[in-house]
Design a protein around this ligand. Sequence first.
Ligand SMILES: NC(=O)c1ccc[n+]([C@@H]2O[C@H](COP(=O)([O-])OP(=O)(O)OC[C@H]3O[C@@H](n4cnc5c(N)ncnc54)[C@H](OP(=O)(O)O)[C@@H]3O)[C@@H](O)[C@H]2O)c1
Length: 219
Amino acid sequence: MKVILFGATGMVGQGVLRECLLDSAIEAVLAVGRSPTGERQPKLREIQHEDFTDYSDIEPQLTGYDACFFCLGVSSIGMDEERYRHLTYDITLAAANTLSRLNSQMVFVYVTGRGTDSTEQGALMWARVKGKTENDLLKLPFKAAYMFRPAGIQPLHGIRSKTAWVQAIYVGAAPLLSLLNRVAPKYMTTTEQVGRAMIKVAREGYPRPVLESEDINYL
Ligand SMILES: NC(=O)c1ccc[n+]([C@@H]2O[C@H](COP(=O)([O-])OP(=O)(O)OC[C@H]3O[C@@H](n4cnc5c(N)ncnc54)[C@H](OP(=O)(O)O)[C@@H]3O)[C@@H](O)[C@H]2O)c1
């Protein structure tokens, strides 16, 4: 399986990258990002890209892939709706439109979050924007698309969040989060479980297009 990974420098993306590099069934990983991952591995190739709404200059390098794991995303905290929509909806759909056109057999996996609003009408801004993003991704002509909606994600194996307050919470609450992961899989998963689940759905599929934390942990 050949995989394109967006957001490989983030907390979720680092976890997904780690699992992809460890999985012998994945022969190549292309990380598309604005900054380097710092990883050196024969099966990893990186493209440093600037405009995440336009991929025309790198299109030839984005063909021939089986899966895309889209882990690029931002927190809505302190952001107005227009900016959050741009960074969430516009960037994701620009990449997905390009990839679905270039790779008709691709499986696309997108990370949203628990509470994403599929009606696009609810009171929470971030949930509406993520809901619209999910809904429009599911209309694209991919072989299949899966929406991952984790609640909390515990970073393992030295992985760090790019967002300082998220990192502080995960460090401070690490023992509690490990416990939660065992006793309340509805509310907590790990970067390792997210990465492994993405690889599994890309390879084998899943009965539903939207996966909550319990589905991710079950996989
Ligand atoms: N962390 C959690 O506990 C959690 C839980 C549920 C859902 N999620 C969702 O998972 C997704 C990823 O979260 P995360 O915790 O991994 O975030 P993160 O650690 O802050 O990483 C964000 C990633 O997105 C990239 N990125 C952000 N803005 C960008 C832009 N304007 N252009 C290009 N790349 C950009 C970053 O690249 P740079 O390295 O270049 O900044 C980085 O690779 C988000 O959608 C989030 O809502 C996270």
